[in-house]
Write a protein that binds this ligand. Structure first.
Ligand code: ZN
Length: 92
């Protein structure tokens, strides 16, 4: 025990390489969504920073935005890679 490793990967590209995943929790509507890091890299590029405040700029809660509520009351959680998730095979 001892050291923690919060957000070792500070860009989306590094996260994708490390194979870690990311989920977002909306504090208002209490929904959790697993973010697709692979898709985020495609949309924002591998150099997109992925610290909490960076993600807040690019990610919002669709439900809350649609309902006209504050859509940035979000909490991000890093997940270590699991064997089942593993590496995704890019489709040809
Ligand atoms: Zn919401």
């Amino acid at each position: 025990m001892g050291k923690e490793y919060p957000f070792l990967e500070d860009t989306l590209g590094k996260k994708l390489e490390a194979g870690t995943s990311l989920s977002v929790y909306c504090l208002i509507c209490k929904r959790t969504a697993l973010l697709d890091v692979y898709e985020l890299v495609r949309r924002f590029g591998p150099d997109q920073p992925c610290q909490h405040w960076d993600l807040l700029k690019i990610i919002y809660c669709h439900e809350c935005r649609a309902a006209g509520r504050d859509d940035r009351n979000l909490q991000f959680t890093n997940h270590a890679v699991t064997p089942e998730q593993g590496r995704r095979n890019p489709s040809p």
